[in-house]
Design a protein around this ligand. Structure first.
Ligand code: S6P
Ligand code: ZN
Length: 189
């Protein structure tokens, strides 16, 4: 590699309060309408959407090239709320290159990391500040907020991993978390 082609080191500052990254990173915002067909209770989803179309989560992505050798990173902020009894969650995905792993470290709030394999194995990890979870290659992953404040985590993954959302739409995510008697309960559906 020619010396003049090598990227310079840099740093960002992350707010554990609201997940903002500075200098400003790319912001992706997902609303209730972006998660059509993903919640368990479709009637509750339709009723909620008729009322309002809130932002469920935001992602602040640190900009580096999306290619082999680099590490991508972002904060994800999931706001508190439910559709019916099911907590707000992310769309969830496999990596396009399925043998690419990822690490999620919780900065604020309470949530769950849900994971599944194509063969139907499932795993969940309760997340709270300081918990750093390893998502091995070949596991799809979805996160949710089961608390009353924003749930914020920082993720790091290989630059060439990519996102496969279609598989999650086609084959329903088998793990779901509902509120029962004021507590989150993980269920296989
Ligand atoms: C990327 C990583 C996260 C998610 C983000 C939103 O590989 O897993 O940055 O993209 O938490 O979730 P989703 O499922 O909407 O991309
Ligand atoms: Zn991922």
């Amino acid at each position: 590699m020619k010396e003049n082609k090598i990227m310079d080191p840099f740093y960002v500052e992350i707010s554990c309060e609201n997940g903002n990254v500075s200098p400003p990173a790319r912001l992706i915002s997902r609303k209730l309408s972006d998660l059509v067909g993903l919640f368990y209770d479709q009637d509750a989803y339709n009723r909620a959407l008729a009322d309002d179309n809130p932002v469920l989560y935001e992602v602040y992505e640190v900009r580096v090239p999306e290619e082999e050798g680099h590490l991508l990173s972002c904060t994800t902020v999931i706001y508190p709320g439910k559709v019916g009894k099911e907590y707000y969650f992310t769309k969830g995905h496999f990596h396009v290159l399925e043998n690419r792993a990822e690490i999620y470290t919780c900065l604020r709030g309470q949530g769950y990391l849900l994971m599944t394999t194509r063969a139907g194995k499932t795993h969940s990890i309760a997340m709270r500040p300081g918990i750093s979870a390893y998502i091995p290659p070949y596991w799809s992953h979805r996160t949710l907020n089961c608390g009353e404040e924003p749930f914020i985590f920082y993720g790091v993954w290989p630059g060439d991993a990519g996102h496969d959302y279609e598989s999650i739409v086609e084959q329903e995510f088998p793990l779901r978390v509902f509120e029962e008697n004021g507590q989150p309960v993980v269920k296989i559906k």
